[in-house]
Structure formats: C-alpha cells, structure tokens
Design a binder for this molecule. Structure first.
Ligand code: TYD
Length: 212
C-alpha cells in the first residue's frame, strides 16, 4: 500500500446464538487466530461496545421495579447499536481492521422479534432506520439445543434477566436464528456448538476462509 492510500475495509464478523453456546470462548479464539495471520482485530459485543453503548447495556440488562417492556427493550438495544456503530464498528472497519462482534442485529430478530413476540417486521423497520444497508460480512451462528444451553447456564449461574427465560423462549430464539440463516445462506454459517471448543473454532475458521 502506498503512503496515504486508503486501507481496504476490514471484515465485519458476528457471532450469534442462544445462551450457553460458547460465544465468548469462540470470539477470543477467532481473535487470536486472525491476529496470528497478521490481521488487526477489534473484539466487541452487543449490547455495548462503546462507553455510551455500555451505559445503555447496563440499563437494558438491569432489573427494574416496573420490569422492562418489549418496546423499551428493543429501542434501548437499537440505541446502543447506533452508538456502537458510530463510535466503534464503522471507524474500525474504515481503518482496515477486522471487527468480531459478540451478537448484533440478528439477536434482535431472535430475542425481541421471536422471543418477545414483537415480530420480524418491526425489527426490520428498526434495522433499516439504524443500519441503512450496512450488514455483517459473515454471521456465525453457534447452535446448541436450548436444553443444553439452559443446562450450561444453570451450571455457571445466570448473568442477567435473559438467562432466566423459559425453555420455550429459548426455542423461539433458536428457531429464529435458523430461519434467518436459511434466508441468506451465503452470509450465514450455522455451526454445531455442542462439540469440543477447538473443533468448533476450526469449523468457524473454515467459514471465514471464504471471506475476501
Ligand atoms: P450477555 O451476558 O452478553 O449474554 P450472552 O453471554 O448470552 O451473549 O447478555 C446479552 C444479552 O442481551 C443476551 O441474553 C441476549 C440479549 N440481547 C437481546 O435480547 N437482543 C439483542 O439485540 C442483543 C444484542 C442482545
């Protein structure tokens, strides 16, 4: 690259899936593998990923005396997403860095659209408003049976109010991820995350190898 030339845009890679699929472990493993290949990588998460978005995360994942209704929940999550895009994701990609994000807009389709029952059309409206035509280059869905995910959470203890949701809720979440992946198979990969972590990592890296 000549001095002053614009670097090629980085790749935007999202890890998704229901609870207990090992996203955190896998995002660290992918970061290490891509870094070892000479890529510069930003690891981030949603809700959160910038100071303002992390403040919103604390609001939306918190327990409030009046509860958090589904509309408030989805608007806070998209507000955090807008802040995250502006402060972290877009600048990193523009500077040529890869971004690995632990959850992104598919989580809103799965948790708020399907889990909470707001419906995909509402989420699509917010997606258009907040993201325009910005989309991840690859969405890696770590798929585990909801029973396995719920058992893993029970073993490690819940982190937030989503971890207390019912098996039925987790089933809707999982189905939404599978449906989203089936709609755009070129951008999504569904990976069986019930296997040993290093086997899952190798599988994920295989899917990323197709990226430019
Ligand atoms: P976190 O503790 O990061 O959970 P996990 O380790 O399972 O990713 O909490 C994030 C929670 O936020 C998670 O339970 C799913 C939820 N969430 C939504 O409901 N909608 C969204 O759009 C996003 C990004 C997250």
């Amino acid at each position: 690259m000549t001095a002053g030339a614009t670097p090629p845009r980085g790749r935007f890679i999202v890890l998704e899936g229901g609870e207990g699929g090992g996203k955190t472990t896998q995002s660290l493993a992918l970061r290490d593998a891509l870094t070892a290949r000479g890529r510069s990588v930003v690891l981030t998460r949603e809700p959160g990923g910038s100071p303002l978005a992390e403040a919103i995360r604390n609001l939306v994942l918190g327990d409030w005396p009046e509860g958090v209704d589904a509309v408030t929940e989805v608007l806070l999550i998209f507000a955090a997403r807008a802040a995250h895009l502006h402060a972290t994701i877009k600048p990193a990609l523009a500077s040529g860095r890869d971004v690995i994000c632990d959850r992104f807009v598919d989580a809103s389709y799965a948790y708020q659209g399907a889990g909470r029952g707001l419906g995909a059309a509402r989420i699509a409206e917010l997606e258009t408003f907040v993201l325009g035509d910005f989309r991840p280059d690859r969405v890696l869905v770590l798929d585990v049976p909801p029973e396995t995910g719920v058992a893993r959470i029970a073993a490690r203890g819940g982190n937030n109010r989503f971890d207390a949701e019912s098996l039925e809720f987790m089933r809707r979440v999982r189905q939404a991820y599978l449906d989203r992946a089936a709609l755009a198979p070129a951008r999504y990969a569904v990976v069986d995350a019930a296997r040993a972590p290093d086997i899952v990592t190798a599988d994920l890296l295989r899917h990323l190898a197709e990226l430019p």
